[in-house]
Design a binder for this molecule. Structure first.
Ligand code: AMP
Ligand code: ZN
Length: 138
């Protein structure tokens, strides 16, 4: 993808502070970090979202996330981290090349947990929850 900023990083056309590279995965520091050690983990191949990601590539991305989460925390002496994908434009994904965020977290950093993602929680009935679960199992 010629106009994809993360593909350009993979191709070396845009510099990055790389922290890990293997055949399938690249990880580098976020240029506009939410915290020291904020790291992005991407597949080298272009896939827009998790929904487009082949399972084997997803496994490689997760293996890197698994290894780099404690590394990012240790590098900045953080006791915790938030690990997340903005998956799709409606979820706030701005760069359409799938990427995991590893954001080291600190006591009293002013950040919030994933439960603060939405301000208006839906009030779902038991039947609605049953229907959603059934639709997902189908
Ligand atoms: P998202 O909103 O999930 O798509 O996040 C995209 C992330 O990419 C943001 O946190 C940006 O700060 C980061 N970003 C954009 N351009 C670059 C770049 N050239 N190098 C490193 N990080 C970048
Ligand atoms: Zn790309």
């Amino acid at each position: 993808m010629d106009d994809c900023i993360f593909c350009q990083i993979v191709d070396g056309e845009i510099p990055s502070r790389t922290v890990h590279e293997d055949d399938d995965v690249l990880a580098f520091l976020d240029a506009n970090p939410l915290a020291p050690g904020h790291t992005l983990v991407i597949p080298k191949s272009h896939h827009e979202s998790l929904n487009d990601l082949p399972a084997d590539v997803g496994s490689e991305v997760f293996a890197a996330v698994h290894a780099l989460t404690p590394a990012a925390e240790a590098a900045v002496d953080a006791p915790a981290s938030t690990v997340a994908f903005n998956n799709g434009e409606a979820a706030g994904q701005e760069v359409p090349h799938v990427h995991a965020h590893i954001v080291p977290r600190f006591e009293a950093d002013g950040g919030r947990p994933i439960h603060a993602l939405v301000s208006d929680r839906p009030d779902l009935s038991d039947d609605e929850l049953d229907d959603i679960a059934a639709a997902m199992r189908a």
